[in-house]
Design a protein around this ligand. Structure first.
Ligand SMILES: Nc1ncnc2c1ncn2[C@@H]1O[C@H](COP(=O)(O)OP(=O)(O)OP(=O)(O)O)[C@@H](O)[C@H]1O
Ligand SMILES: [Mg+2]
Length: 327
């Protein structure tokens, strides 16, 4: 069924309509529910799909996920540009993440193919460089830039964003239980803040390592960093594993290198830090000040030019402020 669908030519307008309809449904669902929608849509008859107004042609997963050796793909996220599936690589016991950028019907097909190829190749190159240089990123397993996919190591754990938000939520609940408002800024001075400060230090060190090897990420956010839990007995011995509940324990693994580039320019690095600072402030406003302080302190020692980058960061912030004042 999937194979016949992928070969079937269909009308671009229908396809665009489908994406709009399907996209709005996807937005409101959990990843598992999203996957179910995909499966249900794939199981309806072609007559229903093309004849009725209710159903429009689906975007099938890439053919590589149909190989019998792969475990059934699970749709993890559906973004504006692409999809992330969990499947397996070579053996069912080796989980992998498959990032797929399906064709965009609203773009000219030649331009679309070129852009997709470029993004996939650039992401794979930057990931490979990071792996070679010892920066913690998923290992690239396979790539088909013409089919629009990149297969990489599955990173256990969840995004850093979710872990920090959960930590902040628990802290707020605890404060409310003590009769306080729960909206207090996290200063990082209480003993219980130690695990958050340690995590922020690991984030800053990871960004420093990335810049040191000559890569700017282009989209640094806490959603594009995973927190890979430490294996039992392999926790670092340098005091990082003192978290009370283990929520914030683990290594930082950078992901999503679709907008990354190779650069050693201080300006580019400063803009990368600024993007992270702004993203952090809007996602975790109560810990914004603490993050800025930790970032500056830890990044400064990451590599020789880091103090110059931090100086540039002040200029970039100033430009950002002027721009927001002018609207
Ligand atoms: N290697 C991986 N292992 C486990 N989960 C992953 C992996 N890569 C991505 N994910 C999950 O999928 C989500 C989306 O991945 P990613 O950030 O690469 O895609 P995206 O933001 O849609 O990409 P882009 O901005 O390049 O279009 C991540 O937030 C993470 O939860
Ligand atoms: Mg992302």
């Amino acid at each position: 069924m999937r194979a016949s669908l992928s070969c079937r030519p269909f009308h671009a307008a229908f396809y665009l309509q489908y994406c709009t309809y399907f996209g709005s449904q996807m937005h409101e669902c959990t990843p598992i529910a999203q996957h179910r929608i995909l499966q249900e849509d794939l199981s309806i008859s072609p007559t229903q799909q093309y004849g009725g107004r209710q159903h429009r042609p689906p975007i099938p997963p890439p053919r590589v996920l149909e190989y019998p050796s792969s475990t059934p793909p699970e749709l993890i996220t559906q973004g504006a540009e692409g999809r992330l599936y969990k499947s397996s690589y070579l053996l069912p016991s080796v989980p992998c993440a498959l990032k797929y950028r399906p064709p965009k019907p609203w773009r000219h097909p030649v331009l679309d193919a070129r852009l997709t190829r470029h993004r996939i190749l650039s992401e794979a190159r930057n990931l490979a460089k990071c792996s070679r240089e010892g920066v913690s990123v998923p290992t690239v397993y396979a790539i088909d830039e013409n089919a629009g996919w990149l297969m990489m190591e599955w990173v256990a754990g969840g995004p850093v964003r979710a872990a920090i938000n959960e930590w902040l939520r628990r802290r707020r609940d605890a404060e409310r239980a003590e009769g306080r408002s729960g909206d207090a800024i996290v200063e990082g001075t209480r003993e219980a803040d130690g695990d958050l400060v340690a995590l922020l230090r690991r984030i800053a060190a990871a960004v420093g390592r990335l810049h040191k090897v000559g890569i700017v990420h282009g989209d640094l956010t806490t959603s594009n960093m995973m927190l890979r839990p430490w294996e039992r007995g392999k926790e670092p011995a340098n005091g990082y594993n003192e978290g009370v509940d283990g929520l914030l324990e683990g290594d930082i693994v950078m992901i999503d290198f679709g907008l990354a580039s190779q650069s050693v320019s201080e300006e580019d690095r400063a803009v990368d830090l600024y993007v992270l600072e702004r993203a952090f402030a809007s996602t975790h406003p109560r810990a914004e000040k603490l993050f800025t302080a930790v970032l500056e302190a830890v990044y400064r020692d990451a590599f020789r030019q880091a103090p110059i980058v931090l100086k540039k960061l002040e200029d970039v912030r100033m430009r950002g402020r002027k721009r927001s004042m002018l609207g």
